[in-house]
Design a protein around this ligand. Structure first.
Ligand SMILES: Cc1cc2nc3c(=O)[nH]c(=O)nc-3n(C[C@H](O)[C@H](O)[C@H](O)COP(=O)(O)OP(=O)(O)OC[C@H]3O[C@@H](n4cnc5c(N)ncnc54)[C@H](O)[C@@H]3O)c2cc1C
Length: 463
């Protein structure tokens, strides 16, 4: 391996010295993402390192040259988008190059007739959304982090957003990708909604967390802006009653654009609230909303004031704007004496209530508070927000993280998946063998074949 100075010089020859950064502030920003240190199991914390430099390419050709150089020098490359990932996927574990994609931020093509957009991977979703709205179009993907997350980061985590029930996850929106592979080859998949010509290579990169290549461009399915949106908030006397109403709504084949259900103690003293929206043609939306609200009423649901639903929709990106202004705070975590954890699991809908009950018993036995349990976009996607008093220091953290692992293992035993939208990163890597069985070995073999020098985001996803 050459010296750090010669590396910087060679990278500067590729992108120009202005787009190679080595100053402390820059390295500090991009060596970490939105995973707070306190959410890593204290006995399973990986070694971390400071990057050697950050490089900001503007084109696939530049990415290719950077990757060829890294391969020659056997240096790790960590692709970095908005840095809002919650699992440590963009953390630097070994000194290497952070490939910050945020200068690859161009919209390359909008086809209104065919309903697709082609964009560079570092484009922030909200910027893309604004551009599409000028054409009467919209993204189907609308996560909390719309103002921060990038096209490439959202694909690489197969992220899910508020409109996921109707339009699917970010991965579902991908028609085609351009990816620079670890050997410098540029792979372009055909941007069509369906083909039957071998396995779908897009899925090497959807949820791939930068381990198999750098996504440089994506062609995404987009949608006409809805003629009408019906927003509703309904309160139920219990989680179970709301769950049943939701099951009946989906059982009837209705497809809400938004389904967000939870028993957040800060919002409801008892019971749970369902935020439900339908989008599309006026007559269809009105009919769907009427049918869904009837099903809610049958389970004792009481419609809340319209303003409650409007406020929920209006404020859905507020937390992400706060994160954007104070990202370093996220790494340290909160300082209010409480340790927080989140669990986002996928289970067959018929097992969700059983899992919730079993989880509540585990939490009670461990002295951990369940602050909220809920469903997002589908009855199968179940979340919990947990809190432990920090008074016990490191011990409290150990108990909390052990408990999270116990819950995730229980989900796996019940036929579910331990995470439905945030990816694996370093946080969930220790549970990947249980999650995938021999599937993990298959992923490792693919990784070794494509990336024999293990330069692409090494140490993530247990690869
Ligand atoms: C307050 C808050 C709210 C959130 N809400 C949601 C939510 O509603 N839904 C949801 O799904 N997630 C949510 N997240 C998590 C996060 O926003 C998503 O995971 C998002 O998709 C990450 O995008 P990013 O551009 O920030 O990626 P990053 O964090 O920069 O990267 C994520 C992973 O992708 C890799 N990567 C990035 N760009 C590329 C590329 N071009 N090619 C290959 N690999 C790449 C990185 O190496 C890393 O492994 C939230 C996070 C926060 C902090």
């Amino acid at each position: 391996m050459g010296s750090a100075a010669s590396l910087i010089e060679r990278l500067s020859n590729i992108v120009g010295s202005e787009r190679v950064r080595t100053d402390r502030d820059n390295l500090e920003e991009v060596c970490w993402d939105a995973l707070s240190v306190g959410r890593i199991h204290p006995l399973k914390r990986p070694e971390t390192a400071s990057p050697l430099c950050v490089v900001l390419p503007v084109s696939s050709a530049e990415v290719r040259q950077i990757i060829l150089l890294a391969n020659e020098e056997k240096l790790p490359i960590v692709p970095y988008g908005g840095g809002s990932g919650l699992m440590g996927g963009a953390i630097t574990l070994r000194p290497g190059i952070v490939l910050d994609t945020r200068r690859m931020d161009r919209v390359l093509e909008v086809d209104k007739e065919a309903c697709f957009v082609r964009a560079q991977a570092g484009l922030v979703l909200e910027v893309l959304e604004r551009r599409l709205s000028q054409e009467g179009l919209m993204l189907g993907h609308d996560p909390w982090t719309l103002p921060v997350a990038t096209v490439g980061g959202a694909i690489s985590t197969n992220s899910l957003g508020y409109r996921g029930a109707k339009y699917g996850s970010m991965g579902d929106e991908v028609l085609g990708l351009e990816v620079v592979l670890p050997n410098g080859e540029i792979l372009t998949t055909r941007a069509v909604p369906k083909s039957s010509t071998g396995i779908a290579l897009n899925y090497l990169f959807i949820g791939g967390e930068g381990c198999f290549g750098v996504i440089t461009e994506a062609t995404l399915r987009v949608f006409p802006r809805p003629e009408r949106r019906s927003l509703n908030a309904v309160r139920f006397s219990s989680f179970e009653a709301g769950f049943l109403a939701i099951q009946n709504i989906y059982g009837l084949g209705l497809k809400p654009a938004l389904m967000d259900f939870g028993d957040d103690a800060a919002k409801v003293k008892s019971g749970a609230i369902l935020y439900l929206a339908f989008e599309g043609a006026k007559e269809v939306v009105e009919a769907e909303a009427r049918l869904a609200l009837d099903l809610c009423e049958k389970e004792g649901g009481k419609k809340l004031a319209q303003e409650e639903a409007e406020e929920f929709w209006r404020d859905r990106h507020v937390i992400a704007r706060r994160f954007k202004q104070n990202r370093l705070q996220r790494r340290v975590g909160r300082s209010d004496g409480i340790r927080w954890e989140w669990v986002h699991v996928a289970l067959p809908a018929s097992r969700v209530l059983d899992f919730r009950k079993a989880a509540m018993a585990i939490l009670a036995a461990r002295g951990i508070a369940l602050q909220e349990s809920g469903l997002w976009t589908r009855p199968e996607l179940f979340s919990m927000r947990l809190a432990a008093d920090e008074g016990g220091g490191e011990r409290a953290q150990l108990v909390l993280e052990d408990t999270v692992e116990e819950l995730l293992r229980l989900v796996q035993r019940m036929g579910g998946s331990m995470e439905y939208c945030h990816g694996v990163g370093v946080k969930l890597a220790p549970l990947m063998a249980e999650e995938h069985g021999y599937g993990l070995e298959v992923m490792r073999q693919i990784k070794t074949t494509l990336d024999p020098n293990n330069i692409m985001n090494p140490g993530k996803m247990a690869l």
